[in-house]
Design a protein around this ligand. Structure first.
Ligand code: GUN
Length: 292
């Protein structure tokens, strides 16, 4: 069994990005600039955004954090999005989700100029991804593909089960694993209403768990020699931690790991790769790699 070390891989990729940024700046090019909009004070979102800003520093990017209280109106937020769309210095930006209930997330996502949508959430990027065209690919699925590639996990022709069908992870992951240029696998998507979900999992060479239910995947659901990717990051109360909680994956790691060829831990697996892939997308934005 080999543990896929997302933290080390992410550090290595960030160093690669920083080197490229140095070369770009040394030859007179523009330093990539990522902006982030954070609404309200959700603990998880605060942590994510802080880590995104720190990652920008590590990569040598410029970053701008715009904070608003959770009583900002939808109209005001859309106006802020438009300002970033118009700002020529900003190469890419994100609006951290979730947003307060009175704001339509979909409306906000669609207001972002798709050429600056480094999250890859805009329908134009989602559509281009689905038909295999160059575009921003959302960070979590992109990070998983990168881990599979760097650890030389064979995916072509393999049976891959994706647990979960969210727009951010499950759906794009299934799309990418299916496509010839990425996973080239035979893909099954399972969700809360799937019959025989355990049987589907037992037949899988690769399981990608993204359902947000702690310890959902147990040893009896995993084939000997399978690869298991755990996207779960549920905060579970834990008095032994200073923060009062720990991050719990979707996989019951202790009993599943011994059966696996490869497995990602939580924390330190997929999580660090997600932010790292946002940095990769920002570098692409700075270089105008996909769009003018
Ligand atoms: N909330 C949870 N994950 C993400 C992400 O990848 N991007 C944004 N914008 N919000 C999120």
């Amino acid at each position: 069994m080999q543990i896929i070390d997302g933290k080390a891989t992410a550090a290595q990729i960030k160093a690669e990005i920083a080197e490229e940024v140095q070369t770009i700046v040394a030859s007179g090019g523009k330093r990539p600039h990522l902006a982030a909009i954070l609404v309200g004070h959700d603990g998880g979102s605060e942590t994510y955004v802080r880590n995104k800003v720190l990652a920008c520093e590590a990569c040598g990017f410029k970053s701008t954090l715009l904070r608003f209280e959770d009583d900002i109106t939808e109209e005001e937020l859309l106006a802020e999005v438009d300002k970033l769309n118009q700002d020529d210095d900003v190469d890419g930006f994100i609006v951290q989700l979730p947003l307060p209930r009175h704001i339509s997330e979909q409306k906000v996502i669609e207001a972002i100029d798709y050429r600056k949508d480094v999250d890859g959430f805009h329908p134009i990027n989602v559509g281009r991804m689905a038909i295999g065209l160059p575009c921003y690919i959302s960070a979590t699925p992109k990070g998983i593909l990168e881990l599979l590639k760097r650890y030389q996990v064979e995916t072509s022709g393999k049976k891959c089960v994706v647990l979960g069908r969210s727009n951010i992870v499950g759906k794009p992951m299934a799309q990418l694993m299916m496509q010839k240029q990425y996973g080239d696998a035979t893909v099954t998507v399972c969700h809360s209403h799937s019959k025989d979900l355990k049987k589907e999992c037992r037949e899988a060479d690769i399981i990608i768990a993204a359902i947000g239910q702690p310890d959902f995947v147990t040893a009896d659901m995993v084939k000997e020699g399978a690869t298991v990717i755990d996207v779960g990051t549920t905060r579970v109360p834990d008095d032994s931690k200073k923060s009062g909680f720990r991050l719990n994956g979707d996989v019951k790691y202790e009993e599943v790991a011994p059966k696996c060829a490869f497995i990602t831990p939580v924390p330190g697996g997929v999580g660090p790769m997600t932010i790292c892939m946002l940095m990769k997308n920002t570098l692409s934005a700075g270089k105008k790699e996909f769009y003018q």
